[in-house]
Design a protein around this ligand. Sequence first.
Ligand code: URA
Length: 236
Amino acid sequence: MERLQKIIANYGYCSRRKAEQLILDGKVTVNGTLVNELGTKVNSNDIIEIEGKMLNKDTDKEYYLLNKPRGVISSIKDEKNRKTVVDLIDTDKRIYPIGRLDYDTTGLILLTNDGTLTNLLTHPSHKVPKGYLAKLNGILDKQAIDALKEGPVVEGRRTQIIDFKIKKKDLTKNATYVLITIVEGRNHIVKKLFKTLGYDVDKLTRVSYDFLGLGNLKSGEYRPLTIKEVKKLYNK
Ligand code: URA
């Protein structure tokens, strides 16, 4: 349940203050009943009308943020009939993932049926920072750290590394956990870039996509994006 003026603003209809004024002016109904006082709370199933027009229920666009589990394919269908990210979302819309995560990579992936946003976010000129937590099979040495600062060359092209941080060096397990933020969309790019430095990525999780993080979502869980988040992605 959210305050009526907040829902109206979240739909992008107008500012919260303007929404308050519309309510006070007696222009808003909820499920057919006039609401002209502030403080009413509504949920997403309630039908809100402003000056007789239904609020934004005409949109057929959907946007989800999923915490992808391991062993799930980032596509709509798999010829080997393996589970896909789309199978995990309860919708009758024809949604698909924006970009890909490998079968064994976990973490944040967006799904939508909005082609315009997909094109915008996946276009190479549109540099969306993506954060990954990588578990490497070894202790990252100085040479590798220097190479990361430079941006390693992968298949003839320098990788643009926005930031990286060593989160943990586990000497007993001979592993390093690195948080790395890149803007690239090349397939298997994180695994490839560490390979050029002499390391295998044993585990990989995407922890952020632009300003979006995983929050409290457990593996396999998802949530719809808010209108505000969708607008922010559009305004990049
Ligand atoms: N880089 C990889 O190597 N794998 C992914 O799934 C995503 C980025």
